[in-house]
Design a protein around this ligand. Sequence first.
Ligand SMILES: [Fe+2]
Ligand SMILES: [Fe+2]
Length: 238
Amino acid sequence: MVGVAIAHPPESLSIDRKVALANAALIRLFHVAGSGGGVTLQALTAAGAIVETALCSSNIRGWLEVVWQFDNATHQHCLLVAGLAAAFGRQLGMSRADCQRLTHAALLHDLGKSRIPIAILNKPGRLNTIETAIMHEHPALGHAMLGGQGFSEDILTVVRSHHEYLDGSGYPDGLTGTDIPDLVRLVTICDIFGALIERRSYKEPMPGVKAYAILESMTGKLDMDLVHAFRPLAELAG
Ligand SMILES: [Fe+2]
Ligand SMILES: [Fe+2]
């Protein structure tokens, strides 16, 4: 069982403190999963509640500013994507339950990376062919790690399918069109955008407007109605 110190942080905590709590919960999720333990629904719910509470009292920009300071690339990425997903769900007017599912799925989407060698995860610059093939195993790894533990099928599908594209050019299953559910499409947009605006020591950060232009250029791969709905968030990201 994975415990967390504060499941529902008080509203009065600073955004820095809330992001720190969310990160601590995320570290536990990844540590337990990476060492062969089971990720519990309780731990995931706690981490998701922290993200949602933080975004209720701050805007996405405040969340990003704190998360950008993190050195651990995978943690920074998952927290960026979770914050973007929570904000995107609210902006789309999704129900609280749907927002929670979206946030939980975003937090877990790259859990399989806990089984990918650090040297590949943190490699500055491009991966070679072999490294890319290993990296591409993370969706199926994450899906297998979470199977049979009570997670809903739609969250498992996000973990497995967040690198699929509508035109069938994604991985691991080469899904197309309606085979890719809305929850996956939402996380995929947040995932790509989050990866583009990440801050690393070895590269210049990409401005939100430029990252959004890349999303817009992915016609045929991404759901363009959702990409256009994402635009206000991208502009807030600076
Ligand atoms: Fe991924
Ligand atoms: Fe990702």
